[in-house]
Design a protein around this ligand. Sequence first.
Ligand code: ARG
Ligand code: GLU
Length: 689
Amino acid sequence: MKKLFSLIVLLIVVSQSLKADEGMWLPALISQRIGDMQAKGFKLTAEDIYSINKASLKDAVVLFGSGCTGELVSDQGLLFTNHHCGYGYIQRHSSVEHDYLRDGFWAMNSSEELPNNGLTVSFLEYMEDVTDKVLSGYNSSMNEKQRDSLIKVNSNRLTKQAIAKGKGLNANVEALFYGNQYFLFVFKVFRDVRLVGAPPSSIGKFGGDTDNWMWPRHTGDFSIFRIYADKNNEPAAYSKDNVPYKPKKFFKISRSGIKEGDFTFVYGCPGSTKEYVTSDEVSYIANISDPKKIALRSQRLDIQKKYMSKDQAVRIQYSSKNASVANAWKKWQGEEKGIKKMKTIDSKKEYEKRFKEWALGNRYNGVLEKLEKLYAEIKPYFFAYEYYTETIRTIELLQLASNVATSLKNKRGVETVVENFFKDYYQPIDEEIFVAMVNSFNNNIDEEFKPQFLKDKLSEYGSVEKWKDNLFSNSLFINKEKVLTLKEKDLDVVLKDPAYEMFEAFQSWYNETLRPTINRLNSEIRVAYRDYMQGQMDFEKNKQFYPDANLTLRVAYGNIKGYSPADAIYYKPISTLKGIIEKDNPDIFDYNIPQKLRDIYAKGGYEEQPVCFLATNHTTGGNSGSPVLDANGNLIGINFDRVWEGTMSDIVYDPEICRNISLDVRYVLFNIEHIGGAGYLLKEMVFAD
Ligand code: ARG
Ligand code: GLU
């Protein structure tokens, strides 16, 4: 009997640990996981990760801008993040004379560091469960509207109180578990953040979109900034007199090397996941939404690529646009495939069947049936909405028309909008995309959903092609000089322009026929999910749940590990400089490395220089730039991607195949020293070994 009991215990432990790399945990509640973390090799305590009484690792992590993570690496406010997170800022400092994107940028002393208007970094001061305070005054006779406004009032009071306590503070109340729990997050926001260094794109974006979401990977995806503060070490707007910020904590850097199996954890700000949705939603994503968006983007990418390969200038103009279209396009392919491979729809259905049986006798009875009904109702509307955003909204000329109209309505000049637009605009691409996207829309949206405007235009011109010819020859927006002369008094002309007219017709169609229904159903779905989420937690009393990602600070832990993407292939988890040299090809833009790197390699001794590594940490978009730490909390890498075969982890995590991709911090140091010639920066870092 005793034996049987220990066997059962063992089985439970094993089955839990099999899935155990899944999860993005709230640092303030990490004590619930610390036993498991320590069992897997972590050497520190929960207080070391998050504490409000002493400096802890959380004080070395920042939300970088509004969608990435960064980490402090010196007592002088020095910060690492990804190259793709700093990209926009590096680009803004670039010109033909100083092309920092192409050539890299290295400040050789603090006076050469470049300020970045609008860039902020936010340190989490503390997080606190405020569920009771947020719901104070609530009683069950209130309807949802009353509940929402009560939550708003209570949250505003809480954030105001929190902000009043110090300089540069910002606070949000975030709903977790679909509003079953509320947490207050209080940040200190620094606004003087300067660019210190960035490798050339041929290193920082090495492999480009060809290698994006892929392994083996060799991208040196990092950039370096420094946070400045006023004389009292408090946040301040940019000023020459500001001084480097002295953080409460910064990461020591480990150079002693990593190997498969080592414990790692990622401390950062994952943006969005949907781990607890119903089989209907997963089915919509994998069977409808992803495939149709992938197909539409394939068309756009093909059109862009056709022109980009013919003309160097067009390639430069469209490289960033093409990259952003391609990024989600590739991710969705992995997501769709992963969900199908894991049979997530079936397993969710099976789970829902058991849930329904269990719910028969309790207050969750009917919640799944309600969600099923709501999904059936919202599906055609949401499909039309997504189709609209992936087709009509991608026609660049219509966006220009709308932006110019907005500027004029707001009595602002149009110059910046127009200059930025035409710098990267190639009309033949837009014309071809117009035809392809309008045709797709027309062929795939049900007759009853189509805007009357579309039907009218098609009967007026006979074909999308002819409509396009007419629009592009009659719109004033194809003529940069003309658009530049537009003033407030010309608003009438703009509103009558065929490009604006089309933008406006579709926008009104969306606002009038789709939006009200989508909003109404979405708020009902939200309420039903609140119940279903609580139901899942009651149904599986022994399971520890982590809230879906929402850009708040989280800890994910796991270990360094390769994977097998397909039969007979096994990917080792560590890539090296040797692999960069193998990929190097001066004729292929994505693989053309700087001559300096070739020369260094040729001298010998750097074959084994580590570049990137794989681990089982559960991450998502927003985790870019996150510190990747070893068992002692020392920095071993910077997170920047996942493998595409594992991108379904936003919905369902598979420990066999979900891997995050990190840059080895030793390759960062290598670049600072040998490519940037900025070895002086290493002097302010602290090495653990
Ligand atoms: N896939 C990474 C992420 O989701 C890197 C993106 C960088 N952009 C690119 N198109 N290569 O954000
Ligand atoms: N590159 C992503 C980012 O910008 C991280 C990749 C992912 O895990 O989605 O946050």
